[in-house]
Design a protein around this ligand. Structure first.
Ligand SMILES: Cc1cc2nc3c(=O)[nH]c(=O)nc-3n(C[C@H](O)[C@H](O)[C@H](O)COP(=O)(O)OP(=O)(O)OC[C@H]3O[C@@H](n4cnc5c(N)ncnc54)[C@H](O)[C@@H]3O)c2cc1C
Length: 269
């Protein structure tokens, strides 16, 4: 239908799509509802490859509970912060990617974990690193005739966590978000930040700094290292002033979040 009726809209949980339709921003010529497609609603764990392949229509309610939560704890943590119980039962990871808001809570986690997005159309299938999939503010590399079928997420051995700041603790569009994921055997630390730029930003400089400065064996990081990590993360952000917050506040907040997450990952001084 996406191929033969251009202008059709994929509908998963509808928690973004119906808002756009109701506001008159979108007038789809047809609707392709995917939330009862079993393949899109299921997930598989490949133990040998240490990856989880999550169907695009898997909901936050499923991501935030075991067994998925044990495999991908930061994604579970991010999922728990999304909207309300109703939104978490309807909203999907594929929909979060489809909308690609800089404030999308699933996206910093996918970026930090180097997830891969799988797309399909009548023209064939392709897979893209999530960093290439997210192009800009609500802009993705997904063509109009393509369906997001699944997301492959590596299972890392190491601490990982997600944090966000908003004006309340629930039902809020984040002003700044951050995900830190430690790959302990690989001796690397990933940091992705959101709501502080046109799309999710991976902070290569902060990552390299932390990997050099922390002690992976004793899980030790000095207070100076934690503080500097936050400063370097803040410097990588590209926030703007808008009606929700000033750029200065967002930059400060994202530095605080990054530092706190590094401290949780490396709790000893
Ligand atoms: C009250 C409320 C609170 C919210 N709170 C949060 C929050 O805290 N954090 C957060 O990140 N988001 C929040 N959202 C936004 C929304 O819930 C999420 O972005 C959610 O992940 C969207 O998923 P969905 O399944 O509902 O997508 P839909 O609304 O069905 O689709 C969203 C977009 O993605 C496209 N799409 C969906 N599935 C596919 C697919 N398989 N292939 C190709 N394109 C697809 C659709 O065409 C549409 O453009 C909130 C929304 C509401 C209404």
């Amino acid at each position: 239908m996406l191929a033969v009726a251009p202008g059709s809209m994929v509908l998963a949980g509808g928690t973004d799509a119906m808002v756009e339709v109701n506001a008159g921003h979108r007038r789809p010529v047809g609707v392709v509802a995917v939330n009862r497609v079993a393949e899109l609603r299921s997930w598989t764990y490949d133990v040998a490859a240490a990856t989880v392949r999550i169907g695009a229509a898997v909901t936050y309610a499923e991501l935030m509970e075991p067994p998925l939560a044990a495999l991908l704890p930061a994604l579970a943590e991010a999922s728990r912060t999304v909207g309300s119980p109703q939104i978490r039962h309807a909203g999907t990871l594929g929909g979060n990617l489809g909308t690609c808001s800089p404030a999308g809570d699933g996206l910093p986690v996918l970026a930090a974990l180097d997830a891969v997005v799988h797309l399909a159309s009548t023209r064939g299938e392709r897979s893209l690193p999530v960093a290439d999939f997210m192009v800009g503010v609500k802009r993705t590399a997904c063509a109009a005739d393509e369906l997001i079928t699944a997301i492959t997420v590596p299972v890392l051995d190491g601490w990982q966590g997600y944090s966000k700041v908003g004006v309340r603790n629930a039902m809020v569009i984040a002003l700044a978000t951050a995900c830190v994921a430690v790959d302990a055997p690989g001796r690397n630390i990933r940091l992705a930040i959101g709501s502080v730029g046109p799309t999710i930003i991976r902070c290569a400089e902060a990552e390299a700094f932390a990997a050099e400065q922390v002690d992976f064996t004793t899980r030790t990081a000095s207070a100076d290292v934690v503080a500097r990590f936050g400063e370097v993360a803040a410097a990588a952000s590209q926030p703007i002033d808008d009606h929700r917050a000033t750029a200065a506040y967002r930059r400060h907040a994202v530095g605080v979040l990054a530092g706190r997450l590094l401290r949780r990952a490396f709790p000893h001084e």
